[in-house]
Design a binder for this molecule. Structure first.
Ligand code: PLP
Length: 399
């Protein structure tokens, strides 16, 4: 008898499962809004010019592929740090910040979670309700007890701020709180600057440990603007963790480019934390891969390529905004009477559309339009060719 005889089948990943279903659909007009990927107006995952140029230079340089250090490429880590904390951050000057290259944002969360579990084993981890579907599983796998804090208000299609602050205040002191720094996934609903100020006060008062997840920097209002929350928390003197992902902002999903940044209490502590973070990496996958991070480092460290990237990112951001506005206009034009202005207010790639699970099912069955059963749609998968069909189908489903 096999030692694996009692292994149970794991549940299917809901998003990847939906994509399998979509791929098997033979209808020509099908649209997949269930993904978490930016597509251009032609419906393709873009290869950014800034990336292409950095890759060409890398190819020409024909560099050997030795092992990277455990913490990755130094000027990649510095570049990622600068994007988060800004040029000339006093925290960096004080030696209170460490950044390590990770396998995407997920890798940063996992390395951070494993580190935290080793040193704060009894802390609870609080995630938003709802949150990115991997947050709970990832922190539970690391051994934590995961709870939720109130976040989304289905009635207003906005933030349940009173609920959020109540639940944060009720957390045991020293709990770890996972916060989406901008462009909340899956709702698209972010706190305002004033609300963040209040959240910061609660985090301080309750001695919570913020773990900021920033996977969409540049998709809200811009690279600098989207980092404001991270900077405010760091400037307030908090010790915190930050997971960054460049999957979306560089359109480099498969290269697994991310970073874990830790703001520690002082310089000496930073050294000790870094040594333990590196140990976590060493015992997991030893050291990270070269290509994606070399390309990102080249863009981040070249003023010319950086400018090009920033413009390309603005192009993606503007296209998503346009699709939000057009969706609202067209759904209305198709006769829907509901107030859909929240779709335009939401930020980032996603919209909690307010569609019910039954309406989502109708969209799929009748029109070949795929969305998550929660009603989350990826606005970045809309384009000038599919938006009419989608708008008409949504208007019909809303009737
Ligand atoms: N965190 C959030 C909120 C995300 O939405 C995602 C990706 O969808 C990630 C982290 C993970 O990013 P990556 O693909 O770089 O691992």
């Amino acid at each position: 008898i096999s030692p694996f005889a009692s292994v149970e089948l794991a549940p299917r990943d809901p998003i990847l499962g939906l994509t399998e279903q979509y791929n098997a659909d033979t209808r020509p007009g099908k649209v997949n809004l269930g993904v978490g990927v930016y597509y251009d107006d032609e419906g393709r995952i873009p290869l950014l010019q800034s990336v292409r140029r950095a890759e060409q230079a890398r190819l020409e340089a024909a560099a050997a592929r030795g092992y990277l250090p455990i913490d990755g490429i130094a000027n990649y880590n510095q570049g990622a740090q600068k994007l988060l904390l800004g040029e000339g951050s006093p925290l960096v000057a004080e030696g209170r910040v460490l950044t390590v290259q990770t396998l995407g944002g997920t890798g940063a969360l996992k390395v951070g979670a494993d580190f935290l579990r080793a040193f704060l084993p009894d802390a609870k981890v609080a995630i938003s309700d709802p949150s990115w579907e991997n947050h709970r599983a990832l922190f539970e796998r690391a051994g934590f007890d995961v709870v939720t804090y109130a976040y989304y208000d289905a009635a207003t299609r906005g933030l349940n701020f009173a609920g959020m602050t109540d639940s944060l205040r009720a957390l045991p002191e020293g709990s770890i709180v996972v916060l989406h720094a901008c462009c909340h996934n899956p709702t698209g609903v972010d706190p305002t600057a004033e609300q963040w100020a209040e959240i910061l006060e609660i985090v301080k008062a309750r001695k919570l440990v913020p773990f900021m997840d920033i996977a969409y920097q540049g998709f809200g209002d811009g690279l600098e603007q989207d980092a404001q929350v991270v900077r405010r928390f760091a400037d307030a003197g908090l010790t915190m963790l930050i997971s960054s992902s460049f999957s979306k902002s560089f359109s480099l999903y498969g290269e697994r480019v991310g970073a874990l940044t830790v703001v520690a209490g002082n310089k000496e502590e930073t050294g000790r934390v870094l040594s333990q973070v590196k140990r976590t990496i060493r015992t997991n996958y030893s050291n990270p891969p070269t290509h994606g991070a070399s390309v990102v480092a080249a863009v981040l460290n070249s003023p010319e390529l950086f400018k090009l990237w920033d413009e390309e990112l603005a192009g993606m951001r503007d296209r998503i905004r346009l699709m939000r506005q057009e969706l609202v206009n067209k759904v209305k034009a198709h006769g829907a009477t509901q107030d859909l202005s929240f779709v335009v207010k939401q930020r980032g790639m996603f919209s909690y559309s307010g569609l019910s699970a039954a309406q989502v099912e109708t969209l799929r069955e009748e029109s070949g339009i795929y969305a998550l059963s929660t009603g989350r749609i990826c606005v970045a998968a809309l384009n000038s060719r599919n938006i009419d069909v989608v708008a008409a189908a949504i208007a019909k489903a809303l009737k």
